[in-house]
Design a protein around this ligand. Structure first.
Ligand code: TMP
Length: 210
């Protein structure tokens, strides 16, 4: 059976994950690969509930949200219609916008990170990324996108994103067996896109998943 590659994009809000996923997809398709782009929260039942929480339409405690993200992730891996494994089994390259490091960084801001890592043990057992690409931007650069908010809201949002960014790096240190490439996206897009592609090249030059 041919097994594809699983590549995850991570980063704080506004770091350019979906832009880079689209650029990488285009480049890989030109080389003849079949590429499937997906994101978390997933389109499944748990994912739908999470979107309601994210838009303030459902009010669950932070611990329940962290557990729901972990549950959604298992569904996203195994689901027979949109599951990541079903695409990898067809030999496709799967690009995923957010995966378990998002839980460690975001949900780990409200609950102990060790506990969030434990919650995600099933996902880590089922499917580890061949590569996680962390797109790094200074949290302050998010400011331009939230200009219509009050000074207090803007300050709070920046403080949260600073904490999330620190958590990402803490999680990378805590899990040294994960393959992570940190790519600065605080520079011209073509330069960052080239570095993303260079990080992915060794994966597509070797025929099978590790
Ligand atoms: P996005 O679709 O703009 O990336 O937003 C998803 C939001 O959900 C973002 O604020 C990060 C958050 N999130 C978590 O808190 N935990 C997770 O495990 C994931 C995947 C996302």
């Amino acid at each position: 059976m041919t097994i594809g590659k699983f590549i995850v994009f991570e980063g704080i809000d506004g770091s350019g994950k979906s832009t880079h996923a689209a650029l990488l997809k285009e480049r890989l398709e030109k080389l003849g690969f079949t590429v499937y782009v997906t994101a978390e929260p997933s389109e499944g039942e748990a994912g739908k509930l999470l979107r309601r929480c994210l838009t303030g339409k459902s009010d669950l405690p932070e611990e329940a949200i962290a557990a729901l993200f972990a549950a959604d992730r298992v569904d996203h891996i195994k689901n027979s219609s949109f599951g990541i494994l079903s695409h990898l089994e067809k030999g496709e390259i799967v690009l995923c916008d957010r995966y378990y490091f998002s839980s460690f960084a975001y949900n780990g801001s409200y609950s102990p990170m060790d506990w969030v890592i434990e919650l995600n043990a099933p996902a880590r057992r089922l499917l580890r990324p061949d590569l996680t690409i962390f797109l790094d931007i200074p949290p302050e650069s998010f400011l331009s996108r939230i200009q219509n908010r009050s000074e207090k809201e803007r300050y709070e949002k920046i403080e949260i994103l600073k904490k999330v960014r620190e958590n990402y790096f803490a999680a990378f240190r805590a899990l040294p067996d994960e393959k992570v490439a940190v790519v600065s996206n605080a520079r011209p897009l073509p330069e960052a896109a080239e570095e993303v592609f260079r990080a992915v090249l060794p994966l597509i030059e070797s025929p099978n998943r590790a």
